[in-house]
Design a protein around this ligand. Structure first.
Ligand code: ADP
Length: 495
């Protein structure tokens, strides 16, 4: 209906244009909707509205921030009612509002950042707590390991020494300290002390000392050494082994194990001394028996039956003497070889012939594959022993009968003698011990097969003294094959 001058000045509208225009049309679209939905109903219901924030649109199309308050003149008749709308400039207030909103946003952002930082802190705290827990667990586990290691180290019957990469002692177990105290008084295991080689008197050179070898990162097993003074006091024999410790593939020290083998070494020495003494004592009366048998056989007019019986007795006495010589040679480690060119084929053949009656008695078929003649430069007596031992084992370890094959041949640069049987054979554990003095397999003992467990030790030493090798394959219940390989002298050599 009308507008005052201030309004016209603010908005730039002319009165003429304004008259008849809807108030809503003077506002931005959104504020028009706000006015229609809030102010108009309030005017109708309560006859007024207060401070509605809106943007008027100037004649130039610019928004003018204002606050609108309205009052309907009371007339009782809506059609005749007149609404007076007061328009207050709200530019400053808007600015304040904007500042306030900006400040609020800032505060909100700060709060969000603070919350995030707090959460991050909490997370870090959680991680730290977790690390602490893991550390505590591994600390407890390592304490447990340490206690276990300590117990194991001190429980084992072996002296253990751990050295670092420079040879400094890191750890020595109780057993090692006790062993040291026995031989060298109260000396720490790292101190200098006398160490001797297997002969008990030759000092071990610096480079051969187990500590030096271990500190150099060497891995070795069963180095036999004597510890303690060679002139007086007690010496102990130690078998020393070492293994390097590698941390991430880099050598960082060594573990050295000292095994006290003195009782074993002393027992072996006593055993050899006993065997030597007994053999020596047996040889004297036996030599005398053989002398008297020779004398008896030289007697004129002996009946063939008596002569044959005396010959059997003489042969057996000779065998016995040979066995005693073996015992002596095993005890002294003396393997004298007297080589000369002989027909080895003949030695093997006569070995097989002498074994024939025993094989026949044991229902063992003997199959031979021996050339007419095969000359070799060997000790005939010692080689005959080899043949006898192998054939006698093949026959006696075939208690249920079977077949023994003897094969002799020249193969390239070597002579090969193979004795195979279809007898009881040996399991893996037994195979590992056949060349040990006095070893006899359990079945050999329980089935009362005669023997002392020296045959193969002697056989092997004879073969090796000839520069050859003795090897075998065996399987329980299937049989065994023993092979002797002797090198032939090079062509043109006089041997
Ligand atoms: P001995 O025969 O006097 O017991 P050896 O040194 O000849 O001693 O043999 C050692 C052990 O090896 C025997 O006791 C036996 O258990 C085993 N052995 C040797 N030869 C054979 C074989 N041909 N078959 C099965 N076992 C064998």
């Amino acid at each position: 209906l009308d507008a005052n001058r201030t309004f016209l000045a603010w908005t730039g509208h002319s009165r003429e244009k304004l008259l008849g225009t809807d108030v809503v049309a003077l506002m931005s679209r959104a504020d028009g909707v706000l006015y229609a939905s809030h102010a108009v109903p309030q005017l109708a219901v309560s006859g007024s509205f207060n401070e509605l924030a809106a943007d008027l649109v100037s004649a130039a199309g610019e928004p003018i921030p204002v606050l609108l308050s309205g009052l309907r003149s009371a007339s009782g008749n809506d059609d005749a009612a007149v609404d007076r709308i007061a328009v207050f400039s709200a530019s400053r207030r808007r600015e304040h509002e904007r500042e306030l909103v900006a400040a609020l946003r800032k505060a909100e952002a700060a709060e969000t950042a603070r919350a995030a930082a707090e959460e991050e802190l909490r997370e870090k705290h959680r991680v730290l707590e977790e690390k602490d827990r893991v550390l505590n667990t591994s600390l407890a586990a390592s304490r447990e390991h340490e206690a276990l290691l300590d117990t194991v180290l001190n429980a084992v019957d072996v002296g253990l020494l751990v050295v670092d990469g420079k040879g400094g002692v890191v750890l020595a177990n109780a057993h090692l300290k006790a062993a040291w105290n026995r031989v060298a008084g109260d000396v720490s295991p790292s101190g200098e002390r006398p160490i001797f080689g297997p002969d008990r008197v030759t000092p071990v050179s610096d480079s051969e000392s187990p500590m030096r070898r271990a500190a150099a990162g060497e891995s070795f097993s069963n180095q036999l050494l004597w510890f303690g003074s060679s002139t007086g006091g007690q010496q102990i024999a130690l078998s020393v082994s070492a293994r390097p410790i590698k941390t991430d593939g880099v050598f960082s020290g060594s573990v050295i194990a000292y095994n006290d083998v003195s009782p074993l070494v002393y027992a072996l020495a006593a055993q050899e001394e006993f065997v030597g003494n007994v053999s020596h004592e047996l040889r004297t009366p036996l030599t005398s028996i053989m002398g008297y048998l020779d004398l008896a056989l030289d007697e004129e007019g002996l009946s063939p039956a008596v002569a044959s019986v005396l010959n059997v007795a003489l042969r057996n006495a000779e065998r016995l003497l040979a066995l005693i010589s073996d015992l002596l040679s095993v005890a002294s480690g003396n393997k004298k070889i007297d080589r000369r060119p002989v027909n080895l084929a003949e030695i093997v053949r006569s070995g097989a012939v002498s074994m024939a009656p025993k094989a026949h008695a044991g229902r063992v078929e003997m199959v031979t594959d021996i050339p007419e003649s095969l000359t070799a430069e060997v000790d005939p007596h010692r080689l005959a022993e080899v043949v006898d031992n192998l054939l006698s084992n093949a026959v006696k370890y075939s208690p249920d009968g079977g077949t023994v094959r003897v094969h002799l041949c020249k193969d390239g640069q070597e002579i090969r003698l193979r004795v195979s049987d279809t007898g009881i054979g040996m399991d893996e554990a037994e195979q590992g011990k056949v060349f040990t003095k006095f070893f006899r397999a359990h079945r050999a003992v329980t089935s009362a097969v005669p023997g002392v467990g020296l045959g193969l030790v002697i056989t092997k030493s004879i073969v090796e003294a000839h520069g050859g090798t003795l090897s075998f394959v065996s399987s329980p219940g299937q049989g065994s094959v023993f092979t002797v390989s002797l090198p032939l002298p090079a062509e043109g050599s006089t041997g």
